[in-house]
Design a protein around this ligand. Structure first.
Ligand SMILES: Cc1ncc(C[n+]2csc(CCOP(=O)(O)OP(=O)(O)O)c2C)c(N)n1
Length: 547
């Protein structure tokens, strides 16, 4: 058989349902081999869109999303989405074409060293030297992408290798399951938790990956310990639960942040420091830290672990809940009440342009508990992350490690492919929307109807917000948008403009219940950004923690 036929067999063997990508001369053999496969090829309009689709597919399923590009420019276009998946711990296998091996040693059309280029954005990455290694290379790419901490891997397929004849067959797929944590670590951690005066849980994205949300709720309820989540962990405990304090990150200090000031023990569960640096919540380095995760803690001067409970998160939490002594203090969080009051006030605010709080409240009103929101990156993400009441894990997807703009629209295509029966809303700024809005065509072609809620401030709003804080004036952040209704219609989608505060809920409901891709243009009152900073203290983003 041809090498590409063996590659397709390996992909099928891994359970791949979709490959997202853009064709090129150097991946034509693989595309041709896919014609006879059960795998659906989702052709996109930009390789970045393909990588973001694979990224969100990986987040939602735990199985590697697969994206494909040609060599050179196709590979460079792919890279932002691959990096996003890698840093946000989403399993992705990226495939790229490459020139024939006999021209790789010299200057040559479209050739660049993709393996070197992809090294910093992948966990592992290789070029196929001969077709006989295909079963091993593909099994390894999937195994590493899907094992803790998940991320991206990459295989480069030189064109001449793709065309060769070969034998061989796919290798057995074996899923890795983390074992239980060591009993002595559980004992030590249980003692620290029992002796704590003000323990608090900081839950991260690992709880979602470890399918440990229910165990987290059991743990919190049994021991009566309040829970904060990072942005990417929204929904691991319902935001309506009496023990939730809200999501923390980026905006420092936000209300929730104050909860950490009094805490003497932080139980970090599936927490990832790339999302929210520990020195933001442990500036004095004086908090005791219990690290509960599937892998060992990263080294960080503000994250010196007192005890590491490394293993399957759900069983660790259940064991800790059994061993530790429950706390009896009743939690009445002033800060959680402030967050809820802010949302409630927003719900009834009739001003126009709409306040961010009103937009978030209305979005929740229009959505079912299991509907999915995919956030882009910007000021709207901060508002969504801190205020949107999230009720189930993996229903509010936020890129908060790499935090790349442009994920929401392609991400919504992937979400709709994974869950055709659930409603999906891409919430995006007008800046991020126009970074990947070409994928609206993909959405229409693939018949994946969703709603795009464009938060329109004619500006790179988050950067404007920070410039105003730091310099007192904006610099090169304002722009004009196309007519978004006409823009939507040109893609054969429906377009709506919000013209008064009371229109958003009915428009969202109409769009969500139609079987059409819809774009809602929603003007936002940006003065709320600075007012929020004033209320909650200055935005000081910790070093290395750029949005
Ligand atoms: C690909 C990429 N480029 C630049 C940035 C830096 N950045 C973060 S937020 C932001 C502005 C986002 O503007 P918009 O999409 O309009 O959303 P808003 O902040 O107005 O809600 C920028 C430029 C980034 N995170 N990702």
């Amino acid at each position: 058989m041809k090498a590409t036929e063996l590659i397709v067999q390996c992909l099928e063997n891994e359970g791949v349902e979709y490959i997202f990508g853009v064709p090129g001369e150097e991946n034509m053999d693989l595309l041709d081999a896919l014609l006879g496969s059960s795998i659906r090829f989702v052709m996109t309009r930009h390789e970045q869109g393909a990588a973001f689709m694979a990224d969100v597919y990986g987040r939602l399923t735990g199985k590697a999303g697969v994206c494909l590009a040609t060599l050179g420019p196709g590979a460079t276009n792919l890279i932002t989405g691959v990096a996003d998946a890698n840093m946000d711990r989403a399993p992705v296998v990226a495939l790229t074409g490459q020139a024939d091996r006999d021209r790789l040693h010299k200057e040559s059309h479209q050739h660049l060293d993709i393996v070197t280029l992809f090294r910093p954005v992948t966990k592992w990455n290789t070029s196929l030297p001969i077709p006989e290694v295909i079963p091993e290379a593909f099994r390894k790419a999937f195994k590493l992408a899907q094992s803790e901490k998940p991320g991206a891997t990459h295989i480069e397929i030189p064109e001449d290798v793709a065309r060769m004849e070969t034998g061989g067959r796919p290798l057995l797929v074996q899923w890795l399951h983390p074992g239980g944590a060591a009993p002595e670590q559980i004992e030590k951690a249980a003692r620290i938790i029992s002796d704590a005066a003000h323990p608090i849980v900081l839950a991260g994205n690992g709880v979602i990956r470890g399918r440990a949300s229910e165990a987290l709720v059991r743990f919190a309820e049994k021991l009566n310990i309040p829970v904060t989540t990072t942005f990417m962990a929204k929904g691991v405990i319902p935001d309506t639960h009496p023990l939730t304090l809200g999501a923390i990150g980026l905006l420092t200090p936000d209300y929730v942040f104050r909860e950490f000031v009094a805490a003497d023990v932080v139980i970090a569960v599936g927490y990832d420091i790339v999302e929210y640096a520990p020195h933001a919540w442990n500036p004095g380095g004086d908090k005791k830290i219990v690290h509960v995760d599937m892998s060992f803690a990263e080294v960080d001067a503000s994250y010196i672990v007192d005890v590491g409970v490394v293993g399957d998160i759900a069983s660790s939490l259940d064991a800790l809940a059994q061993r530790a002594i429950p706390h009896t203090k009743t939690h009445r969080s002033r800060f959680r009440k402030m967050l809820r009051d802010e949302l409630e006030q927003g719900r009834h605010d009739a001003s126009f342009p709409l306040k961010p709080q009103r937009i978030i409240a209305d979005l929740r009103t229009a959505l079912h508990d299991d509907d999915i929101v995919i956030s882009d990156v910007g000021a709207h993400k901060v508002w969504l992350a801190r205020l949107f009441p999230c009720l189930q894990p993996n229903t509010c997807i936020i890129s908060n490690g790499f935090a790349a703009m442009g994920m929401a629209v392609p991400g919504a295509v992937a979400a709709k492919l994974v869950y055709p029966d659930r409603r999906v809303v891409a919430v995006t700024g007008d800046g991020g929307f126009l970074m990947n809005s070409q994928e609206l065509e993909t959405a229409v072609r693939m018949e994946t109807p969703f709603v795009v809620l464009v938060i329109n401030d004619q500006s790179y709003g988050l950067i404007r917000w920070k410039q105003m804080l730091q310099f007192g004036r904006p610099a090169f952040v304002d722009f004009r948008n196309p007519d978004l209704v006409k823009y939507a219609e040109s893609f054969n989608a429906k377009g709506y403009t919000v013209e008064s505060a009371d229109q958003l809920v009915p428009l969202l409901r109409a769009a969500l219940s139609s079987n059409h891709l819809s774009i809602i243009d929603c003007p936002v009152d940006v003065s709320e950004n600075l007012l929020l900073t004033k209320r909650s203290g200055a935005i000081t983003v910790p070093t290395g923690d750029h949005p």
